[in-house]
Design a protein around this ligand. Structure first.
Ligand code: COA
Length: 319
């Protein structure tokens, strides 16, 4: 089948002097490895072009697959002659819609494909009844920001990707007054996590906590001050922190310090976290500990959403 489509597409291009428009269709599980390869190539082309060096590495598309099974309306492909040239993926929790990925093959950018994919994922937002919309993009990408503003998503705040050498952090971290207890997947713990989310980001992400719980490369911890549950954090074996959420903004500093200490106790060479521009105490702690900004990102959201002073996102796809 593919063998016959390719020559037809090439013929049409020769005859009419323009490429066939792509076909837009819902993604299937078997597309997700190829869509991840496209996303990685598109990210690295962008970050290298802007002088930051490569940012992304291929990984197993586990969260994409989870989202697809949970809600297939959020994942879309643009395909040309059997090849994926664009990919969009959004997920919904309660009344929050989040655009996890929107990427177009660098050779096909600026030709309306990103806009067409975005319209399909925005239809997912409307269908699910979400009132808030958000995403995290690259501060240095003018195209994505202009495109999102066109669709009613506005720049809200910077989100900085910070990194540090573990050995340097180990030497200087402050004592932390919080106690960390491993997250279990009991209904009570999941309800507690959802309640913390509601205070930090306005919606429970219980289903996503269950997803993280099943990932052996990530450890989730409840954070207690005395007997009070004040927040949670996740720390990966790769040294990455997030998501992290607290019930009150005034415990964010201690919660982030606890997460740094847990990450520094691991064996990863580098420790990293995404810190929103509104999380002053976490930003100051990061800088005081010698962490460096590697990539400047940007939260864009529908009006009225995204005042995060109690939340550190995991990454631009998970939020
Ligand atoms: C961002 C991206 C998905 C957009 O897809 P695309 O197919 O290139 O975009 P489209 O051609 O559909 O739309 C481009 C629109 O961006 C906007 N735009 C482009 N340059 C702009 C600028 N300098 N200022 C403001 N708006 C701009 C315009 O609205 C333009 O549409 P128009 O040409 O009809 O006026 C794609 O360029 C990409 O993959 N970039 C690299 C990865 C990335 O940053 N992805 C977003 C991650 S959240």
């Amino acid at each position: 089948m593919e063998a016959t489509i390719r020559p037809l597409a090439a013929n049409r291009e020769r005859l009419w002097g323009y490429p066939m428009p792509p076909v837009y269709r819902p993604a299937r599980p078997e597309d997700l490895a190829a869509s991840d390869a496209l996303v990685v190539a598109s990210i690295n082309e962008l970050t290298v072009r802007h002088g930051f060096g490569p940012m992304a590495m291929p990984s197993s598309p586990n969260f994409q697959l989870f989202s697809l099974k949970d809600d297939p309306d959020g994942l879309w492909l643009a395909e040309e002659a059997g090849e994926i040239v664009g990919f969009a993926w959004s997920w919904v929790c309660g009344d929050v819609w989040f655009l996890a990925q929107l990427f177009v093959n660098p050779a096909r950018q600026g030709q309306g494909i990103g806009n067409a994919l975005l319209e399909r994922t925005l239809a997912h937002a409307r269908k699910s009844g979400a009132t808030h919309k958000a995403l995290i993009t690259f501060t240095f990408n003018r195209v994505s920001q202009g495109l999102y503003i066109r669709h009613g998503l506005f720049p809200k705040m910077p989100v900085y990707f910070f990194t540090a050498e573990r050995e340097r952090l180990r030497r200087t971290l402050p004592q932390v007054p919080l106690r960390a207890v491993a997250i279990d997947n009991s209904a009570a713990t999941m309800a507690n996590l959802g309640a913390i989310d509601c205070r930090a980001i306005g919606v429970s992400r219980e289903k996503h906590h269950r997803y993280l719980f099943d990932d052996p490369a990530i450890k989730g911890l409840l954070l207690h001050a005395g007997n009070d549950l004040v927040g949670y954090c996740y720390v990966g074996v790769n040294g990455h922190i997030g998501p992290l959420a607290v019930k009150r903004a005034d415990v964010l500093h201690d919660a982030f310090a606890a997460a740094l200490a847990l990450a520094a106790d691991g064996s990863a060479e580098k420790i990293s976290a995404f810190l929103p521009g509104t999380c002053d105490s976490a930003l100051s702690l990061a800088v005081d500990q010698g962490m460096r900004i590697s990539f400047p990102m940007l939260l864009m959201a529908s009006p009225g959403y995204g005042d995060w002073t109690q939340y550190l996102p995991r990454n631009p796809g998970f939020m």
